[in-house]
Unconditional design. Structure first.
Ligand code: AMP
Ligand code: MG
Length: 324
C-alpha cells in the first residue's frame, strides 16, 4: 500500500488505479472513502471483501458532475432536482431508481442507487480524473469507527488497499445525510452532515419513520455500527459510581463541571458548538479506543442540527436500535 500526500501527480496516480480496478482511499468532506470504479463489478467486489462488509449493504456512488446522475438514475423528480440544486456538491446522498448501467453488486440488488456529489476538492478532482463514477463507502472495516484522517485508514485497512491519498482531516467528520425519494416524498434513511432543519427549510417536512415497504437493509439501519472495540455505554444521568479497578474513559460534549474518576476525558466541543462536536466525534472515539480502557461512557448531545447525526452514531456504537 502506498500513502501519498495530495498533489496533482498523486491524484493522477489514484485515478489510474481506479480505472484499472484498484482501490484508493481518499478524503471527502464527511469521512475518508474507499473508492472503486462503480461501473466495474469486480472492483466493487474487492471493496466488500477488504471492508469485510456484508454484500446486502449497498454502496454510495460518488459523482463530480450533474451529467453523471442522468446516466445512473432513471426518474429524477422535481424534489430531487431541488435538493441537488441547493445542496450539491455537499454532504447529502440521494437514493433514486437506478439505471441498468449500475451493477447490481453496488446496490446490493436493490432497484435504487444512492448518489452523492462531494464538495471536497480532492474527491471531486479524483472522480473527474478517473472519468467514472466512484463507489465509496467509508474507508474502515465494517461496523468499526469511521476514518476522518489518512492515519485512521492506514490503521484499519493498511496493506489491503492500493493507495491512500492524505488530504488532511475530513472537515465535517460524520457521514452524509441519506434521503430516499419515493412517490414524491422524502424519507430520512440516515441523519448526517447536512442537518434535517436545512433540508426541511427547502422542501418542507421529511418523513423520519420509513415504511417497511421502503426499508431496505442499510448500514445506517443496522443496530450495531460505528463501534469502538472498547465497550461503550451512555453516561447515566445524575451522580454515577464507576466500578472500582476499571479504567474508564469519558466522551463529553462540553468541559466537565465536576471532576470525574476517569483515566481519559475527550471533549467534543469546548464551546458547546454542535458542528465542532460532529467534526471531533470520530477522532475522539479513535483516541479513546486506543487508550487501553475497560469502558467508555458517552454523554448525550442535544439533538439539534448535526446533533441528530452524532446521537445516531452513538446509538449505533452502543448497539441501541433506536434511531430517533
Ligand atoms: P456508507 O457505509 O457510509 O457508505 O453508507 C451507505 C448508506 O447509504 C447506508 O446507510 C444506506 O442507508 C444508504 N444506501 C446506499 N444505497 C442505498 C439504496 N439503494 N437504498 C437505500 N439506502 C441506500
Ligand atoms: Mg460506513
Amino acid at each position: 500500500m502506498k500513502l501519498h500526500k495530495v498533489t496533482s501527480q498523486s491524484i493522477k496516480e489514484a485515478a489510474l488505479i481506479i480505472q484499472n480496478g484498484g482501490l484508493v482511499a481518499f478524503p471527502t468532506e464527511t469521512v475518508y472513502g474507499l473508492g472503486a470504479d462503480a461501473l466495474n463489478p469486480l472492483a466493487v467486489a474487492r471493496v466488500f471483501e477488504v471492508k469485510e462488509r456484508p454484500n446486502f449493504d449497498p454502496l454510495i456512488v460518488h459523482i463530480s458532475s450533474l451529467a453523471d446522475i442522468e446516466r445512473l438514475c432513471l426518474k429524477i423528480d422535481k424534489m430531487a432536482r431541488t435538493l441537488m440544486k441547493h445542496f450539491w456538491p455537499g454532504p447529502l446522498t440521494l437514493v433514486l431508481p437506478k439505471s441498468s448501467l449500475v451493477p447490481d453488486i453496488v446496490t446490493a440488488g436493490l432497484p435504487t442507487v444512492a448518489v452523492r456529489m462531494p464538495s471536497h476538492p480532492v474527491a471531486s478532482e479524483l472522480i473527474k480524473a478517473a472519468g467514472t463514477p466512484v463507489a465509496a463507502p467509508s474507508a474502515n472495516l465494517f461496523s468499526r469507527l469511521s476514518p476522518t484522517t489518512a492515519k485512521h485508514v492506514k490503521e484499519q485497512l493498511g496493506d489491503k488497499i492500493d493507495l491512500i491519498l492524505d488530504g488532511g482531516r475530513s472537515p465535517i467528520g460524520v457521514e452524509s445525510t441519506v434521503i430516499l425519494l419515493a412517490s414524491g416524498k422524502a424519507h430520512l434513511l440516515r441523519p448526517g452532515g447536512l442537518s434535517l432543519e436545512d433540508i426541511e427549510n427547502v422542501i418542507g417536512a421529511v418523513k423520519i419513520q420509513i415504511p417497511k415497504s421502503l426499508s431496505p437493509l442499510s448500514p445506517g439501519q443496522l443496530p450495531r455500527h460505528y463501534s469502538p472495540r472498547t465497550p461503550i455505554r451512555f453516561l447515566p444521568p445524575g451522580k454515577i459510581e464507576f466500578e472500582k479497578g476499571k479504567k474508564v474513559g469519558l466522551l463529553a460534549f462540553t468541559p466537565l463541571k465536576a471532576k470525574m474518576p476517569c483515566e481519559v476525558v475527550e471533549i467534543l466541543s469546548p464551546e458547546g458548538d454542535i458542528v465542532e462536536a460532529a467534526a471531533n466525534l470520530f477522532p475522539c472515539l479513535h483516541r479513546l479506543d486506543k487508550a487501553g480502557l475497560d469502558i467508555i461512557y458517552a454523554e448525550s448531545v442535544p439533538k439539534i442540527g448535526l446533533g441528530r447525526a452524532i446521537m445516531d452514531r452513538l446509538y449505533k456504537a452502543v448497539g441501541d436500535s433506536r434511531s430517533e
